[in-house]
Design a protein around this ligand. Structure first.
Ligand code: MN3
Length: 193
């Protein structure tokens, strides 16, 4: 299936001052679009992938007979698609709280603030580009961890619920080297908790 850039249901300046308009615009129209175009270019080479969702492909990647370099290209760029689809979707200028998720977070970490603190700690401990995640694992438990580059939790059979982009392109225009400030502030624009 051919992927298209999902439309945002808010404006590029709607997340200011937490994330500035220019960062949002470049992130969505250049980075996210780039991952989509590259993903389509590899998917169209394989008939066996044509009618499958990326999530499903990633959960059983080894069952497909992909050329080695295409496999890594798909991990990098298809991961970029899945990760950014989630990232842009869970942000917004207004809260739209997922009550079920919120109560599961409270069960796991006591309260939402403690959860956010653990999540930010994981992000701070991560070296280099990547993502910080809240996932639901195959045992149906919530878990925080980070991945490098554009590696998607679907590769491990986990379902990502919250993803924070740790790449410099997500914050650098506004925060420069103050990435911890972005990690803390980001929660103000996460709408689902
Ligand atoms: Mn990004």
């Amino acid at each position: 299936m051919k992927y298209e850039l999902p439309k945002l249901n808010y404006n590029y300046n709607a997340l200011e001052p937490v994330i500035d308009e220019q960062t949002m615009k470049i992130h969505h129209t250049k980075h996210h679009q780039g991952y989509i175009d590259k993903t389509n270019s590899v998917l169209e080479k394989y008939d066996e992938l044509a009618d499958k969702k990326l999530e499903d492909i990633f959960q059983s990647l080894d069952s497909f007979n992909l050329d080695k370099s295409d496999r890594q290209f798909l991990i990098n760029n298809g991961g970029g698609v899945l990760n950014h689809n989630l990232y842009f979707q869970i942000m917004g200028p207004n809260k739209d709280v997922d009550e079920v998720l919120q109560s599961q977070i409270e069960e796991g970490w006591g309260d939402v603030e403690s959860f956010k603190q653990k999540f930010v700690e994981a992000a701070k401990a991560h070296f280099g580009s990547g993502w910080a995640w809240l996932v639901r694992n195959s045992d149906n438990r919530l878990e925080i961890y980070t991945t490098s580059n554009q590696d998607s939790p679907y590769l491990k059979g986990d379902t990502p619920l919250i993803g924070m982009d740790l790449w410099e392109h997500a914050y650098y225009l506004n925060y420069q080297n103050r990435k911890a400030e972005y990690y803390e502030n980001w929660w103000k624009v996460v709408k689902i908790i």
